[in-house]
Design a protein around this ligand. Structure first.
Ligand code: DLL
Length: 445
């Protein structure tokens, strides 16, 4: 562990620390940020009377629109000349969401990333190929500073440039790669396609995040790149990557949330009421140690669960994989649908690959989902690379596979979807960053 004392701190002690830190954040926000002072006044909260973390649900939520309304610097606690870095995430509505960091914020950011890298299998002296984008996006610089703090050797290649990534993997021999899971899929496929001998690479770990992914993609990446792949989660508003991280020996059981810095809650997406452990809902974070731009109960829109894992190495709470963002949820004939549910069903589907896209259309009043999914390369080759565009020429074996997938979707999700098989390589790939798996043709321009 990078900071074993705090990563294994007993829960009562952690609560005490969280309470002290939260009270400090409230004081700071009350004094320095008019928006929060007004919110606290409206809610009748006086920082000096606030009891502690157990009262967190009394605090108001902060939404992305609050950040937008105070664009670009309105939620900062300090004058601009004291801010040492600015990051931003591209918004869907034009203006980016801006986040400021003090020197201390950067140092905490580096610490939580260093913790995350260790949990992912990284050790001082190992080499990290950092294929997250450098720039306003927090992935590149976030992983970079954390890896340096840990004592890794960083190769700051940034995202994309697949030829160069593959060259570096072969010649520089990094032990670990950091990128989005969809880009790790791209790299894995290219390794196989170009006949690169994976056993000659030194790669052992992949630290993947910035977009939802499931076990189907994990198996794909682990198989093609011969790595152990773990999930790193985060968002710019809270700090960037390193808000939570899965341990490489506890894969599949959730990611440790670094609770001494970011206090997580799960709330009901409609009522905002806190939900009990294990229930799916909206993830909400309160920063506990941020200086430049602390946020109270930030509504991430991400849907997951929280759970303490008594058998884990660390004491901090775990969060599940993100099944999607509540604003990206499709509602198809009354059924709520996240694309990760389809991805999940692809796991262990013999004959199909983990490359897919959902195309949503509206026919009169009815919404339809077509699942484009690639067939597995080996099956495809074994059947003589047939045309798949015409059911007449599609081999019986593939028709069976397709029908099996249609019934699986119907059985698990309750919706009848059209499944269209595609030849390997036909579906758009990640070229370095986040990949959109949904093509929504209902949206009128
Ligand atoms: O994506 C920070 C990051 C960089 C995380 C590198 C991990 C690795 P934003 O661009 O602000 O920040 O986007 C944040 O991305 O609210 C989630 O919806 C999604 N997201 C991030 N990590 C994961 C993950 C970075 N591991 C938004 N699983 C978040 C699922 C993720 N979704």
């Amino acid at each position: 562990m990078f900071q074993p004392d705090i990563e294994t701190v007993p829960i009562p002690q952690l609560r005490k620390l969280q309470s002290e830190r939260l009270k400090n954040q409230l004081g700071l926000l009350y004094d320095k940020v008019p928006f929060y002072r007004r919110k606290m006044d409206e809610a009748g909260i006086r920082p000096q009377d606030f009891r502690g973390i157990e009262d967190i649900h009394k605090l108001p939520f902060t939404k992305k629109s609050d950040l937008r309304d105070h664009y670009p610097y309105g939620l900062m606690t300090m004058p601009l000349e004291d801010i040492s870095r600015i990051h931003a995430s591209s918004g869907t509505t034009g203006k980016p969401t801006v986040v400021g960091y003090s020197r201390k914020d950067i140092s905490i950011f580096s610490e939580v990333v260093a913790r995350s890298l260790v949990a992912a299998g990284g050790r001082p002296g190992m080499m990290l190929q950092n294929a997250y984008g450098y720039g306003l996006f927090t992935g590149g610089l976030g992983l970079h500073y954390g890896a340096e703090l840990l004592g890794m050797t960083v190769v700051p290649v940034s995202g994309g440039m697949t030829d160069r990534q593959l060259l570096l993997l072969q010649d520089f021999k990094p032990h670990m790669i950091a990128c989005t899971p969809s880009y790790a899929q791209t790299l894995g496929e290219e390794v196989v396609r170009r006949g690169i001998d994976v056993s000659k690479l030194n790669l052992r770990y992949a630290i993947l995040g910035a977009e939802p992914w499931t076990e189907a993609v994990r198996s794909d990446v682990e198989k093609n790149l011969h790595v152990t792949a773990t999930n790193i989660y985060g968002l710019s508003e809270i700090i960037g990557p390193g808000v939570s991280q899965e341990d490489y020996e506890e894969r599949g059981s959730g990611s440790y949330v670094w609770e001494d810095h970011f206090f997580p809650e799960i709330v009901d997406k409609d009522s905002g009421e806190p939900l009990e452990e294990g229930k799916h809902g909206v993830l909400v974070f309160t920063t506990l140690t941020k200086e430049a731009m602390p946020l109270l109960r930030y509504w991430t829109n991400d849907i997951t669960w929280l759970n303490y894992d008594k058998s884990g190495k660390r004491t901090h709470i775990k969060m599940g994989p993100i099944i999607g963002r509540s604003d990206d949820m499709l509602i198809i004939r009354g059924v709520n649908l996240f694309h990760t549910q389809i991805e999940d069903l692809l796991q262990n589907m013999e004959g199909l690959a983990a490359s897919y896209q959902l195309v949503v259309t509206r026919d009169k009043a009815m919404d339809e989902v077509e699942v484009l999914v690639e067939v597995d390369k080996e099956h495809y080759r074994a059947l003589g690379e047939p045309s798949l565009s015409d059911p007449e020429s599609t081999p019986e074996r593939f028709l069976e596979i397709r029908n099996r997938f249609i019934s699986r979707i119907k059985g698990e999700i309750g919706l009848t979807m059209q499944v269209t098989l595609q030849a390997p390589g036909k579906i758009p790939r990640s070229e370095g960053g986040k990949l959109s798996r949904i093509k929504d043709l209902r949206v009128k321009k």
